[in-house]
Design a protein. Structure first.
Length: 317
């Protein structure tokens, strides 16, 4: 088994999340809760389980809130360093700025994607076995539209990656690339030669990966992703929390220091810390943020409820 001590973990957490209103002004997107835990905590936990204890968080919008939550990482069992990203010009641009801070292979998470994956050490083992410069976490995806929203991965006869296509117009297989990668240091030279795209005026990491492939460096795929859900809109928080409840096989989840009327009925619902519900209502397929107070006698179905607002998510089911 490949030793994970020489690997660094990186999470890109600088995005503003403009489509996440009304939450984007209060929370950096990677701190938004899924089953009462920030997205970043899940990703750090995956790294720690794989033996990675040196973590770099790339922060930007409301980055001070992320630094305040995680500190130096000691209470989470890791060592955390912070790098501030001043401009957002794509994933490859963000990764390229990390070159002065990284001297070993690194695992890269996108901080606005909620993952349910197998053991990440499988990616490290694959890198060692194949002497690969990059390992791409992939998912076997039956929905072609999901591949079109992400990137397609094409393999050659030996099972290595021969092409990656960002947001493909046409889908020819079921292999979807996800926002989880393992790179060695050759990626930095590839990024230096990566042009801005005409479509989005950004530096795409898929273009940098294709440069690695075209230069003859081995790039392989690891089918370890069970679920990957982009957290782009408010209703995605509800969908991710429901998926996590299913994964845990839990009917509902109640946080700390809550006061619930004894007649409250919860089904597929997440209740945050310090929530107060004073009426005997039924709540299904919903998320209640911490410190929410519910006095209404009306049942809730497919809602996100915060101390400031109620968001009806029925349209998205």
């Amino acid at each position: 088994m490949e030793s994970s001590n020489r690997f660094v973990g990186v999470i890109l957490a600088a995005g503003k999340g403009t489509r996440m209103a009304p939450f984007s002004q209060r929370f950096p997107k990677p701190l938004l809760p899924i089953c009462n835990r920030p997205i970043l905590e899940y990703q750090i936990e995956y790294m720690k389980k794989a033996g990675i204890h040196d973590v770099i968080l790339v922060i930007g919008h409301l980055g001070y809130a992320i630094a305040r939550h995680f500190g130096d990482g000691d209470s989470f069992g890791v060592r955390i360093r912070y790098v501030e990203q001043e401009t957002t010009l794509g994933i490859a641009h963000a990764v390229g700025k990390l070159e002065p801070h990284i001297s070993s292979p690194f695992l890269l998470f996108l901080g606005d994607i909620f993952f349910i994956t197998d053991d990440l050490s499988l990616m490290m083992n694959r890198m060692a076995e194949e002497k690969a410069s990059a390992v791409l976490a992939v998912k076997r995806e039956q929905d072609p539209e999901a591949i079109k929203r992400n990137f397609a991965v094409l393999l050659n006869e030996e099972g290595r990656v021969k092409r990656v296509i960002e947001k493909p117009r046409y889908v020819t297989n079921s292999i979807k690339g996800c926002g989880l990668y393992l790179f060695d240091l050759h990626i930095f030279d590839a990024i230096r030669r990566t042009p801005r795209t005409a479509m989005r005026d950004e530096y795409e990491i898929t273009d940098a990966i294709q440069i690695l492939v075209d230069d003859g460096f081995p790039v392989v795929a690891a089918d370890i992703v069970r679920e990957d859900m982009n957290v782009s809109y408010p209703h995605d928080l509800l969908l991710c929390s429901l998926e996590e409840l299913r994964h845990r096989n839990q009917p509902y989840l109640v946080g700390k220091d809550c006061g619930l009327h004894p007649g409250v009925r919860l089904e597929r619902t997440v209740v945050g810390d310090r929530v107060r519900i004073s009426t005997p209502i039924r709540i299904t397929d919903s998320v209640l943020f911490p410190d929410t107070v519910v006095d209404s006698p009306v049942d809730l179905d497919k809602y996100i409820v915060t101390p400031e607002t109620w968001i009806d998510c029925k349209y998205f089911f």
